[in-house]
Design a protein around this ligand. Structure first.
Ligand code: SF4
Length: 856
C-alpha cells in the first residue's frame, strides 16, 4: 500500500502547473469552465490505453456541488497519474461538454492526500462513559483494530440505549448508520432547511417551486429568449461551477442584459458584464417591496404599463381587496400593505433605502427595468433566503414576478436558479435508478431542528414540530456522512455539546471537524475506492463512476461498516444488505431511465446483455436501453443531446398558465397565493409567526440589529453584517484540506476599504472577527466591490481552535453565526452581525503552509 502511494506522489501533476492554471482561471473572473482549455473529442481514448499499462477510468467528483462534471483519471500500473474532464463529444453551446472546475481536477490530491485516515482510532483519554470529555478535540489518537473499534461503538450504543433509551442516540444527517439504528430501536434525528433556506417550505405553500425537487424556472435554451436576466443573490461561478455560467453566457450572446443584486460584485457578474446593485444581506425583502411600490405608483395601463393586471387577476389571490381568498379579511390584502393604507407606512423607495442601502432612484430604475421589459428572468439563489425570518423574502420575491407576469411563458421566469438547476429548469431527462435495498423506518419520532440541536444537547429541551417543547437527553452522537459540527450555526456551542455527551463516533476519510471532536473515528473509503455509483447532475445528464483503486489502508465503505456493526449488535446484516455493493450498483444502472425521443415518458437508459450479467457476477435480466453498459461506464456520463425546438424544452408553470381551472396549483385556492394562510397557520406554535402576505420584518441579527439605537443610527456592539458566500476553494466544507486549493484560493475575509480604514486595517493584516457566538481570524482582503458595512467570510473553512485564546484561526463562518430558530425552522446563516479589529497577536501564516492533519 505504501508503495502505491509513493508511486502516486512520483506521478503527480506539478504543483507549479496546477497553481498557475488555477491563477489563470482566477484572472479570467473564475469562470471555472475555462473554455480556452480545450479538451478535444478526438483525444478521448476512453478505456483504450495509450500503452498496455494505462487506462482512463470514470471517477467520481461526488460532493454536494451544484456543478456536476465528468471526471476521468488515467490509471497506470495501478496508480492515478493524470486527471481530465469531459471530452466525450465535441463542445457546442447546445450540447456542451460537462467540464470540471479546479476542485474536481484536484480530486486525486484529496483521495491520495497525506492526511487520509489510515486506521480505526480512539482518543487516548477515552473510557466507557467518555473519560476526560474536555479533551475532545485536543487529545492524542491511538491506533486500534477494527475489532476493537466496532466493539467500543456497539457496546456504547447498547450501554447508552439501555441506560437512557434510544432517544439518547443522535445519528446526524442520514446514511447507512441511520438504517442500523432503525433496526436497533431507533435514534433521534435532526432536520432543517439546509441549503434551501426559507424556500424549502414557504415557497410550495404559496404555489411556487422550491428549486430542488421541483424547479420553477425555464430550461437553459429558453433562457436565451430572455431580454433581461436578474441574478438576485446568485453567483454560479463560485457556487455551481461546471456548466451553469457557460449557459448564462449563451443567453448573453443571444442578447440578454444582466443585473446582479448582491452584497458583492461577483465573478458571475463580472463575466456576464452585469450591472451591479449592492444590497445589504437580509434586506432584499425591503428592496423588493419598494420595487413593487414603484410599479404600483407609476403604472398606467394606457401610457406606462408596468404591472400585468390580467396575470394577477387570473392566476393569483390576495393582491388587492377584490381578490382575497375566502375567509380572509379584505383589509389584509397586499396592495394596501404596499401603499400603507392601514399601517400608514407606504413601502416607498425612500423607506426601503434606509434598510437595504440601495438609493431610491436606483430602486425606481430597477422597478422600471423589470416592469417595462417584456421577457424577464427573475432568478435567485437560495443564499438570500438563508436568513432568519426569511419566509417573507420568498413571498416578496415571488410576488414581484407575479405582479409583472414573468412566469409561464418563453423567456419569462421567476424562481430559484441554483445548484444543479442553475439557469436550467425542468424535469430530469435522465433519472438514476434504485439500489433496491431495504429502508427500515426509525421507530423514534424525536427530530430536532438544526438551529436547536446543540442547545438541545446542552440544555435538554427543544421544540418538537406539532408537539411543542420536549425534553432531550442526548448522550451519543454518531456522525455518518454529514459535516454537522462544521456546517450548523454556532460551532463553539457545538464543541461544548460534543464535550458534554458520553460518546462521539465519526466515519471520516480525513480528520474533519466531526472526527476531530470524536472519541472513536472509523476510516471510510472515498467514492474512488467503492464499487461505483451514479450522480445526478443537471437535467440533461447522469454521471456514472467506477472503482479506481482498492480501499486505501484499512478504510471500509460505510455500508460495510454498517454490516459489521449489525453483527456486533447481534443483528443479521442481511436484514439491511441482502446483496453486495456490486449488485446494488448494478440495480441502480438497470433501473435508470431516460426521456423518450417524443419527450413524453421514460425508457430504460442502459442496454444490458447476458454477457454483462455474467461478467459482473450479479443477478439480473438483459434489457434494451439507450447506451451499452460498457460504453456508459467508459464515458462516465450520459447526456441528452439538445437543440432549440426539440422535445425537451421546459417552460415552468405552463400547464397552469394555459389552463388555470383544469390544471390548478396545489394550493388551497389552486392559484398563486400572494395572501397565503397556509404559511401563516404552519408557523403558529413554532418560533416566529409569519404573515400571510410578504410583510417586512427586521430580521433577527440582521442590519437593524447592528444599531444600538435605530432612530439616531448609533451603532451597537456588533456594527457589521457578516455573510458567508460559497467559495471556489471548497464545495461547502469539502476540499478545504487540499493544499493546492489552499494556495490557489487563500480564504481571506473580504472587507470594504472604507470600513477597513475606519478600523485601521490594511490589506493582508490578520483580522479578528467576533460575534456573541464566537471569534475567528483571517487575513484581510480589502476591496471596493463589497457593500460597505458588510463583511464576506467564505463558507466552509475547517475550524482550527486556539484553545487558549478561544479563537478559531481558520475563518470558519459558523463561529460567528447563531443557533437561532425562526419562522418554519429556517437556518439563517446569512443574518449574522459582528465586530472586527486588527489582531494584536501573532499574524496568521497562510493556511497552505499549515501542517496537514497527518496521523500515524
Ligand atoms: S467540484 Fe463540482 S463543479 Fe467542480 S468538478 Fe466537481 S462536480 Fe464539477
Amino acid at each position: 500500500m505504501f508503495d502505491l502511494l509513493k508511486k502516486a506522489e512520483e506521478f503527480k501533476m506539478s504543483r507549479r502547473s496546477f497553481i498557475g492554471w488555477s491563477s489563470a482561471i482566477a484572472a479570467t473572473a473564475a469562470v471555472p469552465v475555462a473554455r480556452g482549455l480545450v479538451a478535444k473529442a478526438e483525444e478521448n481514448s476512453n478505456s483504450e490505453s495509450s500503452s498496455n499499462e494505462e487506462i482512463w477510468k470514470s471517477a467520481a467528483c461526488w460532493h454536494n456541488c451544484g456543478g456536476r462534471c465528468v471526471n476521468k483519471v488515467l490509471v497506470k500500473d495501478g496508480v492515478v497519474v493524470r486527471q481530465k474532464t469531459d471530452d466525450t463529444h465535441p463542445d457546442s453551446p447546445d450540447y456542451p461538454q460537462q467540464r470540471g472546475c479546479i476542485r474536481g481536477r484536484s480530486q486525486r490530491q484529496q483521495v491520495f492526500g497525506a492526511d487520509r485516515l489510515k486506521y480505526p482510532m480512539k482518543r487516548k483519554n477515552w473510557a466507557p462513559g467518555g473519560g476526560n470529555k474536555e479533551l475532545r478535540g485536543k487529545d492524542q489518537w491511538v491506533r486500534i483494530s477494527w475489532d476493537e473499534a466496532l466493539d467500543i461503538v456497539s457496546s456504547e450504543i447498547s450501554r447508552i440505549s439501555k441506560k437512557y433509551g434510544n432517544e439518547a442516540i443522535w445519528a446526524t444527517g442520514a446514511g447507512e448508520i441511520s438504517k442500523v439504528m432503525a433496526v436497533n430501536g431507533g435514534c433521534t434525528t435532526d432536520y432543517g432547511t439546509t441549503s434551501w433556506g426559507a424556500w424549502k417550505d414557504a415557497s410550495t405553500m404559496m404555489g411556487m417551486a422550491e428549486g430542488w425537487i421541483d424547479v420553477g424556472i425555464n430550461d437553459r435554451l429558453d433562457l436565451r429568449n430572455s431580454q433581461l436576466i436578474v441574478l438576485w443573490g446568485e453567483n454560479p461561478a463560485w457556487s455551481s461551477p461546471g456548466s451553469p455560467t457557460y449557459n448564462f453566457l449563451q443567453a448573453k450572446k443571444a442578447g440578454a442584459r444582466f443585473i446582479s443584486i448582491d452584497p458583492k460584485y461577483t465573478d458571475s457578474a463580472q463575466v456576464l458584464e452585469a450591472e451591479w446593485v449592492p444590497v445589504r444581506p437580509g434586506t432584499d425583502h425591503a428592496l423588493a417591496l419598494a420595487m413593487m411600490y414603484t410599479l404600483l405608483d407609476e403604472d398606467n395601463s394606457a401610457t406606462n404599463s408596468l404591472i400585468d393586471w390580467d396575470f394577477l387577476n387570473r392566476y393569483t389571490v390576495g393582491f388587492d381587496q377584490d381578490h382575497m381568498p375566502q375567509g380572509a379579511d379584505p383589509k389584509d390584502n397586499f396592495k394596501d400593505y404596499l401603499l400603507g393604507t392601514y399601517d400608514h407606512m407606504p413601502k416607498t423607495p425612500e423607506w426601503a433605502a434606509e434598510i437595504c442601502g440601495v438609493q431610491p432612484e436606483k430602486i425606481r430604475d430597477l422597478a422600471r427595468q423589470v416592469g417595462s421589459t417584456n421577457r424577464v428572468a427573475l432568478l435567485t439563489g437560495w443564499g438570500p433566503a438563508r436568513i432568519n425570518d426569511g419566509e417573507g423574502w420568498v413571498q416578496a420575491f415571488s410576488t414581484l414576478g407575479l405582479m409583472t407576469g414573468q412566469l409561464g411563458r418563453p423567456g419569462q421566469m421567476t424562481g430559484v436558479s441554483c445548484h444543479r438547476a442553475a439557469g436550467n429548469g425542468g424535469p430530469w431527462l435522465v433519472k438514476g435508478g434504485m439500489a433496491g435495498l431495504p429502508t427500515p423506518k426509525n421507530p423514534v419520532k424525536n427530530s430536532i431542528n438544526h438551529n436547536e440541536i446543540f442547545t438541545a444537547v446542552l440544555d435538554g429541551k427543544y421544540l418538537q414540530k406539532g408537539e411543542g417543547e420536549k425534553q432531550a437527553n442526548i448522550q451519543l452522537i454518531y456522525h455518518q456522512n454529514n459535516a454537522t459540527l462544521q456546517t450548523r450555526g454556532a460551532i463553539k456551542k457545538g464543541i461544548e455539546a460534543h464535550r458534554k455527551v458520553e460518546f462521539v463516533v465519526s466515519h471520516a476519510y480525513v480528520l474533519n471537524t466531526n472526527a476531530k471532536y470524536s472519541d472513536v473515528v472509523l476510516p471510510v473509503t472515498t467514492e474512488w475506492e467503492r464499487e461505483g455509483g451514479m450522480l445526478e447532475g443537471n437535467r440533461e445528464i447522469f454521471i456514472v463512476y467506477t472503482k479506481i483503486v482498492d480501499p486505501l489502508y484499512e478504510a471500509k465503505s460505510d455500508s460495510l461498516i454498517a454490516e459489521e456493526l449489525m453483527k456486533k449488535l447481534g443483528k443479521d446484516p442481511k436484514e439491511l444488505y441482502p446483496f453486495d455493493e456490486k449488485q446494488a450498483f448494478f440495480n441502480k444502472l438497470a433501473t435508470s431511465t431516460v426521456i423518450a425521443a417524443s419527450g413524453t415518458g421514460y425508457e430504460p437508459l442502459v442496454t444490458i446483455t447476458d454477457q454483462d450479467i455474467k461478467e459482473w457476477k450479479v443477478q439480473g435480466k438483459p434489457q434494451q436501453g439507450r447506451i451499452m453498459l460498457k460504453e456508459f461506464l467508459e464515458k462516465g456520463v450520459y447526456q441528452v443531446e439538445r437543440k432549440p425546438g426539440d422535445n425537451f424544452g421546459h417552460i415552468a408553470y405552463k400547464k397552469f398558465i394555459d389552463d388555470p381551472t383544469g390544471s390548478p396549483l396545489k394550493t388551497k385556492s389552486g392559484k398563486f397565493e400572494i395572501y397565503c394562510s397556509t404559511i401563516n397557520e404552519a408557523s403558529k406554535g413554532l418560533w416566529t409567526e409569519i404573515s400571510p402576505i410578504p410583510k417586512y420584518t427586521a430580521k433577527t441579527k440582521g442590519y437593524e440589529d447592528t444599531f444600538a439605537d435605530w432612530e439616531s443610527k448609533k451603532k451597537g456592539k456588533y456594527p457589521f453584517q457578516v455573510y458567508n458566500p460559497h467559495y471556489l476553494r471548497r464545495s461547502h466544507s469539502t476540499f478545504d484540506n487540499v493544499p493546492w486549493l489552499r494556495e490557489a484560493w487563500p480564504n481571506p475575509v473580504y472587507i470594504n476599504k472604507s470600513d477597513a480604514k475606519l478600523k485601521g486595517i490594511k490589506d493582508g493584516d490578520t483580522v479578528l472577527l467576533s460575534s456573541e457566538f464566537g471569534k475567528t481570524l483571517r487575513p484581510a482582503s480589502l476591496t471596493e466591490t463589497l457593500m460597505p458595512g458588510v463583511i464576506a467570510l467564505p463558507h466552509g473553512a475547517w475550524v482550527e481552535m486556539d484553545e487558549k485564546e478561544e479563537v478559531d484561526k481558520a475563518g470558519a463562518d459558523n463561529m460567528l453565526t447563531g443557533p437561532i430558530p425562526t419562522g418554519l425552522g429556517t437556518s439563517g446563516w446569512n443574518t449574522a452581525i459582528c465586530d472586527m479589529e486588527k489582531w494584536e497577536g501573532e499574524p496568521l501564516e497562510a493556511d497552505d503552509k499549515w501542517k496537514q492533519r497527518v496521523l500515524f
